[in-house]
Design a protein around this ligand. Structure first.
Ligand SMILES: Nc1ncnc2c1ncn2[C@@H]1O[C@H](COP(=O)(O)OP(=O)(O)O)[C@@H](O)[C@H]1O
Ligand SMILES: [Mg+2]
Length: 372
Protein backbone atom coordinates (compact mmCIF):
# COMPACT_ATOMS: atom_id res chain seq x y z
CA UNK A 1 0.00 0.00 0.00
CA UNK A 2 1.29 3.46 -0.89
CA UNK A 3 1.51 6.69 1.07
CA UNK A 4 -0.83 6.71 4.10
CA UNK A 5 -3.75 4.52 3.18
CA UNK A 6 -4.00 5.84 -0.33
CA UNK A 7 -3.88 3.33 -3.14
CA UNK A 8 -1.15 3.74 -5.72
CA UNK A 9 -2.71 3.26 -9.14
CA UNK A 10 -0.84 3.29 -12.43
CA UNK A 11 -2.91 4.70 -15.27
CA UNK A 12 -1.72 3.31 -18.61
CA UNK A 13 -2.45 5.17 -21.83
CA UNK A 14 -1.42 5.55 -25.46
CA UNK A 15 -0.07 2.26 -26.71
CA UNK A 16 0.94 0.57 -29.93
CA UNK A 17 -2.56 0.81 -31.33
CA UNK A 18 -4.54 2.57 -34.02
CA UNK A 19 -6.53 4.03 -31.14
CA UNK A 20 -3.49 5.59 -29.43
CA UNK A 21 -4.86 9.14 -29.64
CA UNK A 22 -8.31 8.16 -28.42
CA UNK A 23 -6.66 6.55 -25.40
CA UNK A 24 -4.81 9.79 -24.56
CA UNK A 25 -8.13 11.64 -24.51
CA UNK A 26 -9.73 8.99 -22.28
CA UNK A 27 -6.76 8.96 -19.88
CA UNK A 28 -6.66 12.75 -19.56
CA UNK A 29 -10.26 12.65 -18.31
CA UNK A 30 -9.66 9.68 -15.99
CA UNK A 31 -6.58 11.25 -14.37
CA UNK A 32 -8.37 14.54 -13.90
CA UNK A 33 -11.41 12.92 -12.31
CA UNK A 34 -9.72 10.36 -10.04
CA UNK A 35 -10.13 11.21 -6.38
CA UNK A 36 -6.71 12.49 -5.24
CA UNK A 37 -7.66 11.88 -1.59
CA UNK A 38 -7.92 8.18 -2.32
CA UNK A 39 -5.29 7.55 -4.94
CA UNK A 40 -1.68 8.31 -5.75
CA UNK A 41 -1.68 8.31 -9.51
CA UNK A 42 1.30 7.07 -11.47
CA UNK A 43 0.73 8.06 -15.10
CA UNK A 44 2.44 5.70 -17.54
CA UNK A 45 2.43 6.63 -21.22
CA UNK A 46 3.04 3.93 -23.80
CA UNK A 47 4.55 5.33 -26.98
CA UNK A 48 3.40 4.34 -30.46
CA UNK A 49 6.52 2.14 -30.57
CA UNK A 50 5.53 0.43 -27.32
CA UNK A 51 7.98 2.02 -24.85
CA UNK A 52 6.60 2.74 -21.37
CA UNK A 53 7.31 6.26 -20.13
CA UNK A 54 6.95 7.35 -16.50
CA UNK A 55 8.08 10.36 -14.49
CA UNK A 56 7.58 13.94 -15.62
CA UNK A 57 4.34 14.35 -17.54
CA UNK A 58 4.08 11.42 -19.94
CA UNK A 59 0.56 12.45 -20.97
CA UNK A 60 1.73 15.86 -22.22
CA UNK A 61 4.75 14.25 -23.87
CA UNK A 62 2.54 11.87 -25.84
CA UNK A 63 -0.10 14.49 -26.61
CA UNK A 64 2.56 16.80 -28.02
CA UNK A 65 4.41 13.90 -29.64
CA UNK A 66 7.56 15.31 -28.09
CA UNK A 67 9.30 12.86 -25.80
CA UNK A 68 12.05 14.51 -23.72
CA UNK A 69 15.46 12.88 -23.88
CA UNK A 70 15.45 12.80 -20.09
CA UNK A 71 12.36 10.56 -19.96
CA UNK A 72 12.32 7.61 -17.62
CA UNK A 73 11.30 4.27 -19.10
CA UNK A 74 9.70 1.57 -17.00
CA UNK A 75 8.55 -2.00 -17.25
CA UNK A 76 6.35 -4.17 -15.06
CA UNK A 77 8.12 -6.46 -12.65
CA UNK A 78 6.80 -10.02 -13.00
CA UNK A 79 7.13 -10.38 -9.26
CA UNK A 80 3.64 -11.25 -8.03
CA UNK A 81 4.55 -11.00 -4.33
CA UNK A 82 5.71 -7.36 -4.70
CA UNK A 83 4.13 -5.93 -7.83
CA UNK A 84 5.27 -2.66 -9.31
CA UNK A 85 7.14 -0.81 -11.99
CA UNK A 86 10.86 -1.24 -12.46
CA UNK A 87 12.75 1.66 -13.91
CA UNK A 88 14.81 0.75 -16.95
CA UNK A 89 18.25 2.19 -17.39
CA UNK A 90 18.13 3.40 -20.99
CA UNK A 91 21.61 4.88 -20.87
CA UNK A 92 20.75 8.35 -19.66
CA UNK A 93 18.37 7.98 -16.73
CA UNK A 94 19.84 8.58 -13.32
CA UNK A 95 16.91 8.07 -11.05
CA UNK A 96 16.80 8.00 -7.31
CA UNK A 97 14.29 5.20 -6.99
CA UNK A 98 14.35 2.13 -9.15
CA UNK A 99 11.05 0.59 -8.11
CA UNK A 100 7.52 1.99 -7.84
CA UNK A 101 5.22 -0.33 -5.88
CA UNK A 102 1.65 -0.43 -7.18
CA UNK A 103 -1.69 -1.48 -5.74
CA UNK A 104 -3.57 -1.66 -9.03
CA UNK A 105 -3.52 -0.61 -12.66
CA UNK A 106 -6.11 1.14 -14.79
CA UNK A 107 -5.25 0.30 -18.39
CA UNK A 108 -7.03 3.11 -20.24
CA UNK A 109 -5.99 1.53 -23.54
CA UNK A 110 -8.16 0.96 -26.58
CA UNK A 111 -7.72 -1.57 -29.36
CA UNK A 112 -4.63 -3.58 -30.23
CA UNK A 113 -2.12 -4.29 -27.45
CA UNK A 114 -4.40 -2.83 -24.82
CA UNK A 115 -7.98 -4.03 -25.09
CA UNK A 116 -7.16 -7.43 -26.59
CA UNK A 117 -5.79 -9.39 -23.63
CA UNK A 118 -2.11 -8.72 -24.24
CA UNK A 119 -1.59 -6.07 -21.55
CA UNK A 120 -4.00 -8.00 -19.36
CA UNK A 121 -1.70 -11.04 -19.63
CA UNK A 122 1.27 -8.96 -18.56
CA UNK A 123 -0.68 -7.60 -15.60
CA UNK A 124 -1.60 -11.16 -14.58
CA UNK A 125 2.05 -12.17 -14.67
CA UNK A 126 2.89 -9.11 -12.58
CA UNK A 127 0.29 -10.14 -9.98
CA UNK A 128 -1.54 -6.82 -10.19
CA UNK A 129 -5.24 -6.09 -9.89
CA UNK A 130 -6.42 -4.19 -12.96
CA UNK A 131 -9.58 -2.50 -14.14
CA UNK A 132 -11.63 -4.25 -16.79
CA UNK A 133 -11.94 -7.56 -18.51
CA UNK A 134 -9.39 -10.35 -18.08
CA UNK A 135 -7.24 -12.03 -20.73
CA UNK A 136 -9.81 -14.40 -22.20
CA UNK A 137 -12.65 -11.93 -22.21
CA UNK A 138 -10.57 -9.11 -23.69
CA UNK A 139 -9.26 -11.32 -26.48
CA UNK A 140 -12.70 -12.77 -27.16
CA UNK A 141 -14.45 -9.42 -27.33
CA UNK A 142 -11.72 -8.01 -29.56
CA UNK A 143 -12.13 -10.74 -32.16
CA UNK A 144 -15.50 -10.08 -33.79
CA UNK A 145 -15.72 -13.64 -35.15
CA UNK A 146 -15.09 -15.35 -31.79
CA UNK A 147 -17.33 -12.81 -30.05
CA UNK A 148 -20.19 -13.63 -32.44
CA UNK A 149 -19.67 -17.36 -32.01
CA UNK A 150 -20.16 -16.90 -28.26
CA UNK A 151 -23.19 -14.68 -28.84
CA UNK A 152 -24.64 -17.41 -31.06
CA UNK A 153 -23.95 -20.07 -28.41
CA UNK A 154 -25.88 -17.89 -25.97
CA UNK A 155 -28.78 -17.40 -28.41
CA UNK A 156 -28.36 -13.64 -28.60
CA UNK A 157 -30.02 -11.97 -31.58
CA UNK A 158 -27.55 -10.90 -34.28
CA UNK A 159 -27.15 -10.75 -38.03
CA UNK A 160 -25.55 -13.51 -40.13
CA UNK A 161 -21.75 -13.51 -40.38
CA UNK A 162 -18.92 -15.37 -42.06
CA UNK A 163 -15.17 -15.15 -41.60
CA UNK A 164 -12.01 -16.35 -43.27
CA UNK A 165 -8.23 -16.02 -43.02
CA UNK A 166 -5.80 -14.10 -45.22
CA UNK A 167 -4.31 -17.45 -46.27
CA UNK A 168 -7.68 -18.72 -47.50
CA UNK A 169 -8.27 -15.47 -49.41
CA UNK A 170 -4.89 -15.84 -51.10
CA UNK A 171 -5.65 -19.42 -52.07
CA UNK A 172 -9.25 -19.04 -53.24
CA UNK A 173 -10.25 -15.42 -53.75
CA UNK A 174 -12.78 -16.09 -56.54
CA UNK A 175 -14.43 -18.98 -54.68
CA UNK A 176 -14.76 -16.82 -51.57
CA UNK A 177 -16.30 -13.94 -53.52
CA UNK A 178 -18.87 -16.32 -55.02
CA UNK A 179 -19.58 -17.87 -51.65
CA UNK A 180 -20.11 -14.48 -49.99
CA UNK A 181 -22.38 -13.30 -52.80
CA UNK A 182 -24.46 -16.45 -52.48
CA UNK A 183 -24.89 -16.03 -48.76
CA UNK A 184 -25.24 -12.24 -48.36
CA UNK A 185 -27.24 -9.57 -50.14
CA UNK A 186 -25.66 -6.22 -50.95
CA UNK A 187 -24.92 -4.06 -49.13
CA UNK A 188 -22.95 -6.03 -46.57
CA UNK A 189 -20.17 -5.09 -44.17
CA UNK A 190 -16.53 -6.16 -44.38
CA UNK A 191 -14.29 -5.70 -41.34
CA UNK A 192 -10.92 -6.75 -39.97
CA UNK A 193 -11.81 -9.25 -37.23
CA UNK A 194 -9.63 -7.56 -34.60
CA UNK A 195 -9.88 -3.81 -34.63
CA UNK A 196 -11.92 -0.87 -33.42
CA UNK A 197 -12.87 2.72 -34.16
CA UNK A 198 -14.27 1.55 -37.53
CA UNK A 199 -10.74 1.29 -38.97
CA UNK A 200 -10.76 -0.91 -42.08
CA UNK A 201 -14.57 -1.27 -42.02
CA UNK A 202 -16.40 -0.99 -45.39
CA UNK A 203 -20.00 -1.12 -46.49
CA UNK A 204 -19.95 -2.70 -49.94
CA UNK A 205 -22.55 -3.03 -52.65
CA UNK A 206 -20.87 -4.73 -55.60
CA UNK A 207 -18.35 -7.48 -56.31
CA UNK A 208 -15.58 -4.97 -56.97
CA UNK A 209 -16.30 -3.09 -53.75
CA UNK A 210 -16.37 -6.39 -51.92
CA UNK A 211 -12.96 -7.34 -53.29
CA UNK A 212 -11.54 -3.94 -52.32
CA UNK A 213 -13.21 -4.09 -48.92
CA UNK A 214 -11.53 -7.41 -48.19
CA UNK A 215 -8.16 -6.07 -49.35
CA UNK A 216 -8.64 -3.03 -47.12
CA UNK A 217 -9.55 -5.18 -44.09
CA UNK A 218 -6.53 -7.43 -44.75
CA UNK A 219 -4.24 -4.43 -44.31
CA UNK A 220 -5.10 -4.50 -40.61
CA UNK A 221 -5.68 -8.13 -39.75
CA UNK A 222 -5.09 -11.65 -41.03
CA UNK A 223 -8.75 -12.46 -40.44
CA UNK A 224 -11.76 -10.85 -42.10
CA UNK A 225 -15.41 -10.94 -41.14
CA UNK A 226 -18.37 -10.38 -43.46
CA UNK A 227 -21.65 -9.30 -41.90
CA UNK A 228 -25.20 -8.99 -43.05
CA UNK A 229 -26.29 -5.34 -43.21
CA UNK A 230 -28.70 -4.51 -40.39
CA UNK A 231 -30.59 -1.30 -41.05
CA UNK A 232 -31.63 0.35 -37.84
CA UNK A 233 -31.02 2.83 -35.08
CA UNK A 234 -27.72 2.49 -33.21
CA UNK A 235 -28.25 2.02 -29.49
CA UNK A 236 -25.63 1.51 -26.80
CA UNK A 237 -25.82 0.36 -23.22
CA UNK A 238 -23.15 0.49 -20.48
CA UNK A 239 -22.63 -2.50 -18.24
CA UNK A 240 -20.76 -2.40 -14.92
CA UNK A 241 -19.92 -5.13 -12.45
CA UNK A 242 -18.48 -8.58 -12.20
CA UNK A 243 -20.69 -11.46 -11.10
CA UNK A 244 -23.91 -9.47 -10.97
CA UNK A 245 -23.46 -6.82 -13.63
CA UNK A 246 -25.88 -3.92 -14.04
CA UNK A 247 -26.96 -2.12 -17.20
CA UNK A 248 -27.29 1.65 -17.54
CA UNK A 249 -30.03 3.51 -19.35
CA UNK A 250 -29.48 3.06 -23.11
CA UNK A 251 -28.16 5.83 -25.33
CA UNK A 252 -28.41 6.41 -29.05
CA UNK A 253 -25.82 7.42 -31.60
CA UNK A 254 -26.88 9.39 -34.65
CA UNK A 255 -23.92 9.20 -37.04
CA UNK A 256 -23.41 12.10 -39.42
CA UNK A 257 -22.18 9.75 -42.16
CA UNK A 258 -23.77 6.82 -43.96
CA UNK A 259 -22.50 4.71 -41.07
CA UNK A 260 -20.59 5.36 -37.84
CA UNK A 261 -17.13 5.37 -39.42
CA UNK A 262 -13.89 6.82 -38.02
CA UNK A 263 -14.74 10.27 -39.35
CA UNK A 264 -18.20 10.27 -37.80
CA UNK A 265 -16.78 9.03 -34.49
CA UNK A 266 -13.86 11.37 -33.96
CA UNK A 267 -13.44 14.00 -36.64
CA UNK A 268 -16.85 15.31 -37.55
CA UNK A 269 -18.61 17.13 -34.73
CA UNK A 270 -22.03 16.55 -36.27
CA UNK A 271 -22.60 13.01 -34.96
CA UNK A 272 -25.02 13.19 -32.06
CA UNK A 273 -25.51 11.23 -28.86
CA UNK A 274 -28.98 11.02 -27.35
CA UNK A 275 -29.00 10.21 -23.64
CA UNK A 276 -31.21 8.51 -22.76
CA UNK A 277 -32.30 7.01 -26.09
CA UNK A 278 -35.97 7.67 -26.80
CA UNK A 279 -37.43 4.17 -26.38
CA UNK A 280 -40.61 2.55 -25.14
CA UNK A 281 -40.12 1.13 -21.62
CA UNK A 282 -40.43 -2.46 -22.91
CA UNK A 283 -37.70 -2.01 -25.52
CA UNK A 284 -35.47 -0.38 -22.92
CA UNK A 285 -35.96 -3.31 -20.58
CA UNK A 286 -35.19 -5.79 -23.33
CA UNK A 287 -32.08 -3.88 -24.35
CA UNK A 288 -30.72 -3.78 -20.81
CA UNK A 289 -31.31 -7.49 -20.41
CA UNK A 290 -29.53 -8.25 -23.69
CA UNK A 291 -26.64 -5.98 -22.68
CA UNK A 292 -26.10 -7.95 -19.49
CA UNK A 293 -26.39 -11.24 -21.41
CA UNK A 294 -23.78 -10.08 -23.94
CA UNK A 295 -21.47 -9.04 -21.08
CA UNK A 296 -21.87 -12.46 -19.50
CA UNK A 297 -21.51 -14.30 -22.83
CA UNK A 298 -17.93 -13.06 -23.20
CA UNK A 299 -17.28 -13.39 -19.43
CA UNK A 300 -16.57 -9.69 -19.17
CA UNK A 301 -15.64 -7.96 -15.93
CA UNK A 302 -15.58 -4.37 -14.75
CA UNK A 303 -16.94 -2.49 -17.72
CA UNK A 304 -18.33 -3.14 -21.17
CA UNK A 305 -20.33 -1.11 -23.65
CA UNK A 306 -22.74 -3.19 -25.66
CA UNK A 307 -23.78 -1.79 -29.04
CA UNK A 308 -27.00 -2.68 -30.83
CA UNK A 309 -29.03 -2.08 -33.96
CA UNK A 310 -32.74 -1.55 -33.45
CA UNK A 311 -35.02 -2.11 -36.44
CA UNK A 312 -38.13 -0.21 -35.56
CA UNK A 313 -40.31 -1.71 -38.29
CA UNK A 314 -39.76 -5.28 -37.13
CA UNK A 315 -39.39 -4.11 -33.51
CA UNK A 316 -36.25 -6.23 -33.36
CA UNK A 317 -33.01 -5.63 -31.52
CA UNK A 318 -29.75 -7.08 -32.88
CA UNK A 319 -26.43 -7.08 -31.03
CA UNK A 320 -23.53 -5.55 -32.92
CA UNK A 321 -20.65 -5.87 -30.47
CA UNK A 322 -19.25 -5.42 -26.99
CA UNK A 323 -16.29 -3.14 -26.26
CA UNK A 324 -14.35 -4.02 -23.12
CA UNK A 325 -12.55 -0.67 -22.91
CA UNK A 326 -14.98 1.77 -24.47
CA UNK A 327 -14.17 5.45 -24.98
CA UNK A 328 -13.79 6.85 -21.47
CA UNK A 329 -13.52 10.63 -21.70
CA UNK A 330 -15.94 12.49 -19.46
CA UNK A 331 -18.12 13.12 -22.52
CA UNK A 332 -17.96 9.57 -23.91
CA UNK A 333 -21.04 7.40 -24.12
CA UNK A 334 -19.94 4.85 -21.47
CA UNK A 335 -19.55 7.26 -18.53
CA UNK A 336 -22.32 9.55 -19.78
CA UNK A 337 -24.81 6.69 -19.61
CA UNK A 338 -23.80 5.96 -16.03
CA UNK A 339 -24.08 9.59 -15.13
CA UNK A 340 -27.61 9.58 -16.57
CA UNK A 341 -28.27 6.48 -14.45
CA UNK A 342 -27.18 8.27 -11.26
CA UNK A 343 -23.49 7.33 -11.06
CA UNK A 344 -21.12 10.28 -11.53
CA UNK A 345 -17.80 9.86 -13.38
CA UNK A 346 -15.51 10.00 -10.31
CA UNK A 347 -17.61 7.42 -8.45
CA UNK A 348 -17.67 5.22 -11.53
CA UNK A 349 -13.87 5.11 -11.43
CA UNK A 350 -14.00 4.21 -7.71
CA UNK A 351 -16.38 1.36 -8.48
CA UNK A 352 -14.16 0.03 -11.26
CA UNK A 353 -11.12 0.02 -8.99
CA UNK A 354 -13.13 -1.69 -6.22
CA UNK A 355 -14.27 -4.39 -8.64
CA UNK A 356 -10.68 -4.91 -9.82
CA UNK A 357 -9.39 -5.32 -6.25
CA UNK A 358 -12.21 -7.68 -5.31
CA UNK A 359 -11.72 -9.89 -8.36
CA UNK A 360 -7.98 -10.04 -7.80
CA UNK A 361 -8.42 -10.97 -4.13
CA UNK A 362 -10.71 -13.84 -5.13
CA UNK A 363 -8.30 -15.06 -7.77
CA UNK A 364 -5.36 -14.88 -5.40
CA UNK A 365 -7.11 -17.36 -3.13
CA UNK A 366 -7.09 -20.00 -5.89
CA UNK A 367 -4.46 -22.73 -5.68
CA UNK A 368 -1.60 -22.38 -8.12
CA UNK A 369 0.11 -25.59 -7.07
CA UNK A 370 -1.39 -29.03 -7.05
CA UNK A 371 -1.11 -30.75 -3.71
CA UNK A 372 -2.30 -34.35 -3.65
N1 LIG B 1 -23.80 -5.36 -39.84
C1 LIG B 1 -23.94 -4.03 -39.86
N2 LIG B 1 -25.10 -3.45 -40.27
C2 LIG B 1 -25.25 -2.10 -40.28
N3 LIG B 1 -24.29 -1.23 -39.91
C3 LIG B 1 -23.12 -1.73 -39.46
C4 LIG B 1 -22.90 -3.16 -39.42
N4 LIG B 1 -21.67 -3.36 -38.94
C5 LIG B 1 -21.13 -2.15 -38.71
N5 LIG B 1 -21.99 -1.16 -39.04
C6 LIG B 1 -21.71 0.29 -38.94
O1 LIG B 1 -20.30 0.46 -38.82
C7 LIG B 1 -19.94 0.98 -37.55
C8 LIG B 1 -18.64 0.35 -37.07
O2 LIG B 1 -18.76 -1.05 -37.02
P1 LIG B 1 -18.34 -1.87 -35.72
O3 LIG B 1 -18.54 -3.31 -36.01
O4 LIG B 1 -19.05 -1.33 -34.55
O5 LIG B 1 -16.78 -1.61 -35.67
P2 LIG B 1 -15.85 -1.03 -34.50
O6 LIG B 1 -15.52 -2.19 -33.64
O7 LIG B 1 -14.68 -0.52 -35.25
O8 LIG B 1 -16.63 0.02 -33.76
C9 LIG B 1 -21.14 0.70 -36.68
O9 LIG B 1 -21.23 1.60 -35.60
C10 LIG B 1 -22.28 0.89 -37.67
O10 LIG B 1 -22.51 2.27 -37.95
MG1 LIG C 1 -18.46 -0.20 -32.88
Amino acid sequence: MGEGNKLTIAVLFGGRSGEHDVSLQSAASVIEAMDKEKYNIVPVGITEEGLWLAGGDPLQALLQKDIPGTSTYVTLATKPYAPGLVLLDMGSASVAESFIPLDAVFPVLHGTNGEDGTVQGLLELAGLPYVGAGVLSSATAMDKAVMKILFRYNNLPQGDFFYFSAARWEAEEEELLALIEKRFDYPCFIKPANLGSSVGVSKVSSREMLRRGVQEALRYDLKVIVEEFIPGRELECSVLGDDNPLASVPGEVIPCNDFYDYRAKYLDQRSRLLIPAPLEPEREKELKKLAVQAFEAVECSGLGRVDFFYCEEEQRIYINEINTMPGFTSISMYPKLWEASGLPYTELIDKLIEIALRRHARQTRLETKFRA
